[in-house]
Design a protein around this ligand. Structure first.
Ligand code: NAI
Ligand code: MG
Length: 514
């Protein structure tokens, strides 16, 4: 009986994985334009690889300016009708789109794991759930697209503001949480009455195309469009297109700066989310039982460290240093590295050869740093299956100077560093000493210290005694070089996807104009 259930589960899993591969094949060489999947203008494609076993799961069109022009012009046509659909009706359609994703959530999660190598149970299923939740939330907020009335000196004059959609939004997304970041742009933009063209990341285009196709079952044709291609060839012309009136981007800091440059000549508003080098801090009075699992979660090891909020610089007070390290190492040893599409796996694999080599590069720096220690991980797995794909164990270092590239750069791999401290002020200075300012978390029972930390830390997303991932309805965005603007909550829709118009109406009284 038990065996029958196990067999049935493994059959279900195999069938699910076969369907996911067939789906990636079906979506191959397609873009989404005018509500339908179709071939691009260009016949050139690039391979999409599953980083677990390096198999080719499909091909994506290598779009350039011709495709950008065609898709943006189409989205502009769709905008003319979409902007006049009553706001709550638009929101209702966005919510119906969320319902459609929910119907396909197992398939969506599997294609997400195929694309990215992220583990199904710990990453892809939760990301799919958050994708549905965020889409639904923004659909429900469409009725909040309100303006303000401004007190007037005369009852003959009405002064108010309205929020209007901006037009065609160009969105460029990365590969690390592709679905959540896709709907973080698409759902508020559509609810606010804009139409959207998204360029997927070249490493993970299939899951996004699938979700966009599913959403298009209920959205009017042309309001949501998806193209694929490389940054310079496809992303840049999308940003520069004169009909694109708003740009929203998540990715690396240098590319974010380049995008601000493309936007400048047409004074196009940009929202940028550009990563971080986030500190986690354990004060001497912290509850270690709470802090240890908390900072392991905070390092986002179960996404191979490929998260902008990953807390990769762990400042631990000297008094707790050995205890914390011992606890963290024990936790890391419990995590199972394995086939991303197997529900038993905790940690999948790094997305691509480029990112894998990036991790190896920083590990070479660690090995050549005098005094550096590898406290856990640091070697590629020897298992033959894991040796083929881009698998790397969760890795913990110490003895790395703060000035090292390991402590300054966003590694975006499963590597974190522990740093001992004794003095609170010096620690705050060190924690702030990077160009980034995205996230930070602190572990303490001392409320006064916690409040002081919140006040002095240069980060847009601060947590005390927890380090959870960003979520729906909680405004999220970076300070300093971590970006511009906020996402995931009402202010994202209002401030980033609408423009406001101030109106003064005189009912015709000559006295009131004086
Ligand atoms: P990237 O910033 O190059 O790519 C992100 C997106 O931007 C992709 O869709 C890419 O095609 C597009 N892009 C690249 N160059 C462009 C250009 N000149 N114009 C317009 N679009 C362009 O990031 P990449 O190369 O995938 O990863 C490199 C590093 O970036 C990572 O190691 C990590 O440190 C950081 N990163 C940060 C992310 C975050 O969530 N904040 C997400 C992805 C990467
Ligand atoms: Mg790049």
């Amino acid at each position: 009986m038990v065996e029958d259930t196990v067999m049935a589960r493994s059959q279900e899993r195999d069938d699910g994985n076969v369907l996911a591969r067939e789906t990636a094949e079906r979506l191959s060489a397609k873009i989404l334009l005018g509500g339908t999947l179709r071939p691009a203008e260009t016949s050139e494609t690039f391979d999409v690889i599953h980083p677990g076993d390096l198999s080719v799961i499909g091909r994506a069109p290598r779009c350039g300016k011709a495709d950008v022009d065609a898709v943006v012009e189409n989205a502009q046509q769709a905008f003319i009708q979409w902007r006049d659909v009553p706001a709550r009706e638009r929101g209702r359609m966005v919510q119906l789109a969320a319902d459609q994703i929910e119907l396909e959530k197992d398939l969506v999660a599997r294609v997400l794991s195929l694309d990215t190598g992220n583990a199904l149970r710990t990453q892809s299923r939760p990301e799919t759930a958050s994708t549905i939740d965020l889409t639904r939330m923004f659909g429900g907020l469409a009725g909040e697209l309100k303006g303000e009335t401004v007190p007037s000196a005369s009852s003959d004059v009405l002064q108010y503001s309205v929020r209007e959609p901006i037009g065609v939004v160009g969105g460029i997304i990365p590969w690390n949480a592709p679905l959540f970041l896709f709907v973080a742009k698409v759902a508020p933009a559509l609810a606010a009455g804009n139409t959207v063209v998204i360029k997927t990341a070249e490493q993970a285009p299939m899951c996004v195309l699938l979700v966009a196709e599913i959403m298009n079952r209920v959205l009017p044709p042309g309001v949501l469009n998806v193209i694929s291609g490389y940054g310079e060839e496809c992303g840049k012309p999308l940003c520069e297109h004169p009909l694109v009136r708003k740009i929203t981007f998540t990715g690396s800091m240098p590319v974010g700066c380049a995008i601000a440059g493309y936007a400048a000549p047409k004074l196009c508003p940009v929202t940028l989310e550009l990563g971080g080098k986030n500190p986690a801090i354990i004060l001497p009075d912290a509850d270690v039982e709470l802090a240890v699992p908390g900072i392991v979660d905070g390092m986002r090891y179960t996404r191979q460290g490929q998260a902008c909020t990953a807390a990769t610089r762990v400042f631990v007070h000297e008094r707790l240093y050995d205890r914390v390290i011992e606890g963290v190492v024990a936790k890391l040893a419990e995590l199972k590295l394995g086939d991303p599409l197997n529900d038993e796996t905790d940690i999948g694999c790094i997305i691509s050869e480029e990112q894998f080599n990036r991790t190896l590069h920083y590990m070479e720096i660690a090995r050549s740093t005098p005094g550096a220690r590898v406290l856990y991980g640091g070697e590629r797995p020897t298992d033959p299956y894991l040796g083929k794909g881009y698998f790397y164990p969760p890795t913990l270092l110490d003895g790395i100077p703060l000035t090292s590239h390991i402590c300054q750069d966003e590694i975006f791999g499963p590597v974190a560093t522990v740093l001992p401290f004794t003095d609170f002020d010096a620690m705050i200075r060190d924690a702030n000493d990077t160009p980034y300012g995205l996230a930070a978390n602190l572990w303490t029972r001392d409320l006064a210290r916690a409040m002081e930390f919140v006040d002095r830390i240069e980060a847009g997303f601060v947590q005390v005694n927890q380090c959870v991932a960003p979520r729906s309805n909680v405004s999220y965005g970076g300070l300093k070089m971590s970006g511009l603007g906020k996402e995931y909550a009402l202010d994202s829709m209002l401030n980033h996807f609408t423009q406001s118009k101030t109106v003064l109406i005189n009912r015709g009284s000559p006295a009131a104009t004086l």
